[in-house]
Design a binder for this molecule. Structure first.
Ligand code: ADP
Ligand code: MG
Length: 569
């Protein structure tokens, strides 16, 4: 770089070739300059080199050459020194230029920081504006820093400063997507369906499967699972989980076939503790769906219970009840929807309620059956048919004289008609197993599955009952046993023709027509029955009462029971 000082220096050096006059003038000037001035401090300074004093000396060629040489040396020295000065300046200039560059850089950095801050504020505003909007407004165009530039910068920083040894990609937090399911903008936009993001997300979710699922640790590998594989694994895990729970539930809820789970034990304990029962003797029957105990009655609300009672405990394992939905479906007292949304414990409770309702209705119309005393969830206390802990024999096993059997047959026919015509019910499981013989009388038991005659399958159930009863009495050589078809027509007052399968088909056809008709008159039809009206009313009152207490139906005592110790014996 050529500075002005240097140019000036070169002009100076041109003075080397001076004219004679100029040289003489210069010598004279030198002479004058060389005369020591009187020093105000006494002695003049000592001259190291003597200065020529006469013109001849000065004009001497040798002297001239010396002079010229000296002058040249001076000029060169000056040049050198000037050159040094120039370099320093150049350096300074250069340094000055660097400083300028630094300032500019700094200014730019500050501007960038400011822009970033501005963008952040803008983003916050954008979020605020779009918070409750279905259509979001983008402030993208008002941003000062291009997101790509900003993002790159951030990643670089991250990469440089916070580099960690490979943490599995799937283990990192997936980016938070905007409402429209995207993240980033412009070229960098990524949707939530992005293959890599989804794959990593699936891999991450895999790690949340129950511990029984051996997923491996996937450490330090970029594990990605596509949706198909993930869904397959999830289904497998869910199925395994269910199986595990089923096994656990079975273990928990059925105690050696005695249905004596903690809940049941607690209810029984409370019944005895509250004096409702004096004591519980032991089981008299263990069926598929229930266990029946014998007990001695106590007192409830000031009223004495029968001396001997039967306690029917509905099994709390659901397996035995899972096929019984058909007895509830279509019975408007226990609607299908209710049945569907209940949990297993509540469904089992429905059987207790259903049996109670049916027994009460039958009692009301004079059908010999146990008298309901108390119903506590899935535990029903009723009068005992039998004596001294000996339950009355079933019709199947009782040894009756021909006359008594004849009597039993006639009683049964009459009862079947009463149940249908007066109680408006169909037993639906009537057989020699569910009829007891006690004190020369037929006693009808086990009515939890009995249905309203409005039930869509009521007539089919009735025909089945007719078949089983006629077949039994025929097998006992009873006289005058009708055919099932005759009995069916006799009970219902219908005149359906044919027999066997043809009869069944006709029954089904008739039932269908009736159902359609019932659907039209549903409201008036159900109000015909005082029982249904009161039953529904009492159910509603119960629900309202629970509502007032802030307890949802089915959670009242159950929840309380859960808190109590389970091992009460
Ligand atoms: P399951 O649904 O298990 O068949 P049941 O109601 O038929 O239940 O009762 C099973 C057995 O328990 C009956 O066969 C009968 O021997 C006895 N049993 C049930 N209820 C009574 C009762 N009230 N009095 C006497 N024995 C009863
Ligand atoms: Mg039975």
């Amino acid at each position: 770089m050529e500075g002005p000082v240097i140019v000036f220096s070169y002009r100076h050096s041109n003075t080397i070739h001076k004219t004679m006059e100029e040289q003489t003038a210069l010598i004279n000037q030198t002479k004058i300059d060389s005369v020591p001035k009187p020093s105000p401090w006494g002695k003049p300074p000592q001259q190291s080199t003597p200065i020529p004093s006469c013109l001849q000396d000065v004009m001497n060629e040798q002297l001239s050459e010396d002079f010229i040489e000296k002058e040249q040396k001076n000029v060169l020295d000056t040049f050198e020194s000037e050159k040094k000065e120039v370099d320093v300046d150049a350096l300074l200039a250069a340094a000055g230029a660097d400083e300028t560059a630094d300032d500019e850089l700094m200014a730019r950095m500050l501007q960038l920081e400011y822009d970033k801050q501005n963008d952040e504020e803008l983003l916050a505003k954008e979020k605020l504006v779009n918070k409750h909007q279905k259509v979001s407004i983008s402030f993208e165009n008002y941003r000062s820093v291009h997101p790509a530039y900003r993002d790159d910068e951030d990643t670089e920083e991250e990469d440089d400063d916070d580099y960690e040894p490979p943490k599995s990609e799937w283990d990192k937090k997936s980016p938070s997507f905007k409402k429209n399911g995207t993240v980033g903008s412009g070229k960098n936009v990524v949707t939530k369906h992005d293959k890599v993001i989804c794959g990593r997300k699936n891999a991450s979710k895999l790690m949340d499967f129950p511990p029984e699922f051996h997923s491996g640790d996937g450490e330090s590998m970029d594990m990605q699972l596509n949706n198909r594989i993930y869904n397959k694994l999830k289904r497998h895990s869910d199925a395994e989980n269910k199986r595990h729970q089923r096994l656990h539930e079975k273990k928990e809820h059925s105690t050696a076939g005695q249905v004596m789970d903690a809940r049941t034990r607690l209810i029984l304990y409370k019944l005895v503790n509250n004096g409702v029962l004096d004591s519980i003797s032991g089981s008299i029957s263990t069926g598929k769906e229930s266990v029946v105990f014998h007990a001695y009655g106590g007192e409830l609300n000031g009223e004495t219970l029968p001396k001997e009672c039967a306690i029917k405990v509905y099994k709390t394992t659901l397996n035995e009840f899972k096929n019984r939905g058909k007895y509830v479906d279509g019975d408007h007292r226990f609607s299908r929807d209710d049945f569907k949304k209940q949990n297993p414990r509540k469904i089992i409770r429905i059987w207790g309620e259903k049996e109670t309702a049916n027994l009460n209705r039958m009692k009301k119309f004079g059908v010999p059956c146990p008298h309901v005393q108390v119903l506590k969830k899935h535990v029903l206390v009723m009068s005992f048919i039998g004596k001294d802990m000996q339950p009355a024999p079933k019709l199947k096993t009782v040894k009756l004289s021909t006359a008594d059997m004849q009597d039993a047959f006639e009683q049964t026919m009459k009862i079947m008609k009463t149940i249908h015509r007066d109680c408006k019910l169909v037993h639906a499981d009537l057989s020699e197993f569910n009829i007891l013989w006690y004190q020369d009388k037929i006693w009808i038991i086990d009515v939890s599955q009995a249905v309203e005659i409005t039930h869509p399958a009521a007539l089919e159930f009735l025909f089945r009952d007719c078949k089983s009863m006629t077949s039994f009495f025929q097998s006992r050589d009873v006289h005058g046993v009708p055919t099932p078809e005759e009995l069916f027509n006799d009970i219902t007052g219908l005149e359906i023709q044919g027999e066997g399968l043809e009869f069944v088909a006709q029954v089904q056809r008739f039932q269908k027509e009736k159902n359609e008709e019932c659907l039209v008159h549903q409201t008036t039809y159900s109000k015909e029955y005082a029982f249904d009206y009161f039953f529904e009313k009492s159910q509603k009152e119960r629900a309202d009462a629970l509502d007032k207490l802030g307890i949802s139906d089915g959670e009242d005592e159950d929840e309380a029971l859960e808190e109590e110790p389970e091992d009460v014996e």
